[in-house]
Design a protein around this ligand. Structure first.
Ligand code: PS7
Ligand code: MN
Ligand code: MN
Ligand code: MN
Ligand code: MN
Ligand code: MN
Length: 352
């Protein structure tokens, strides 16, 4: 029975599981452990969005091709045989073999198809809006205000949260009202996305990108994102970094609220594991100047401990509280965000 719903026996689905392994370090395992047909449904959802993100990230695709493609990828979900061979990105396989993903999409329940196509349409349009702001001098446009930052993160991650909640409800594994929790679903996505954007500062700047909002770094005297990784300006860069963590912490209590609404264990694990990894990453990277020079990751042993412990809302809240305390302890007395960080950590403490 399990074999039938996961379709490991189908050659196109077998390919899709391989694409998932190739393109996702963090989600492959938790997706495979979802119950019933949710596993292959979320796998297909992931691959469709991975295809969009591959187009978005590929700086060798000119906007004249990129923008129409981002806006129309949702239509390709209903075009058997469509593929795209002009990407140079690491994950280009999902575009080159989009026909396999499309075939498996067409085999999903219509309710699932509707959620995935709707999110693909909205995310593609949002990515295109931001990509349209790019210029030759600034191939990836700067994110200006905090509300621009929230909007960008809504497009690339908040919508993923909304879509996942829609799929959980449609599967019957979760109660139908979860699909209407747009604010909490959005917050789950923003917590993960903002942690990723904050942690990836070095890699993104080296590759000519950078999504930290100007409203944050400009306050500390910087004129561009590139200057943030200048060793001579480490002190100011760490104040900007501290404000990035403060901003990400805004979404933690919503994330905890969201998790209390779940009832299916495999769905809970799927949601909670990335969330605890995010707060652990925020703690590991908080006031850690190494992030300006390299990609800082949490230790393997810590990851294992988190996966074993994050099985219910209470233990997840304790994990959040413990990391909030560690962050609070690391706040520098001269940090301009000292008071706000104390309040943010206190809110998590109170929730738990
Ligand atoms: C469908 C699981 C659970 C209510 C490809 C999971 C890239 C952080 O920097 O690969 O490109 O390497 O490290 C994921 C909410 C989205 C938000 C967004 C779809 C949680 C395209 C994750 C993944 C909602 C845009 C991957 C948002 O990080 O990034 C599925 C609830 C894709 C979730 C991108 C980022 C995800 C991301 P990078 P990563
Ligand atoms: Mn990644
Ligand atoms: Mn991207
Ligand atoms: Mn990406
Ligand atoms: Mn703007
Ligand atoms: Mn990233």
């Amino acid at each position: 029975k399990e074999l039938a719903v996961t379709r490991y026996d189908q050659p196109t689905m077998k390919k899709c599981w391989e694409f998932l392994d190739l393109t996702s370090r963090s989600f492959a395992r938790v997706i495979q452990e979802l119950e019933g047909d949710l596993a292959r449904t979320v796998c297909i959802f992931y691959l469709v969005l991975r295809a969009l993100d591959t187009v978005e990230d590929d700086m060798t695709i000119p906007n004249s091709t990129k923008l129409p493609l981002l806006k129309s990828l949702h239509e390709k979900l209903y075009e058997p045989g469509w593929t795209f061979h002009e990407s140079k990105e690491k994950d280009k396989i999902v575009l080159e073999q989009f026909d396999a993903i499309q075939y498996e999409f067409s085999e999903l329940k219509p309710e699932y198809q509707a959620v995935i196509a709707d999110i693909c349409k909205k995310m593609g349009a949002g990515m295109a809006d931001f990509a349209a702001l790019a210029t030759p001098a600034q191939p990836v446009a700067e994110v200006d205000s905090i509300s621009d930052y929230d909007l960008y993160c809504h497009y690339v991650a908040g919508l993923v949260g909304e879509g996942l909640s829609g799929l959980f409800a449609a599967s019957g594994k979760e109660r139908s009202f979860i699909a209407d929790q747009l604010t909490l679903s959005n917050s789950m996505g923003l917590l993960l996305q903002k942690t990723n954007i904050y942690r990836d500062i070095h890699e993104d700047v080296i590759e000519g990108r950078g999504f930290w909002p100007k409203a944050i770094w400009a306050k500390y005297g910087f004129n561009s994102m590139k200057e943030l990784i200048d060793p001579a300006r480490e002190k100011e860069a760490m104040w900007a970094a501290s404000e990035m963590v403060l901003d990400a912490l805004r979404h933690t209590t919503d994330a905890l609220d969201y998790m209390t609404l779940l009832k299916c264990q495999s769905v809970f694990n799927f949601v909670a594991i990335p969330a605890v990894m995010a707060i652990a990453t925020l703690e590991r990277t908080f006031m850690n100047p190494k992030i300006l020079r390299e990609n800082v990751k949490i230790r393997k042993g810590e990851t294992v401990r988190l996966i074993l412990k994050a099985t219910n809302p209470r233990d997840v809240a304790y994990i959040f509280r413990d990391y909030a305390r560690l962050i609070h302890k690391k706040v520098d007395k001269e940090d301009p965000n000292l008071l706000k960080l104390s309040i943010a950590c206190g809110k998590i403490e109170q929730w738990a």
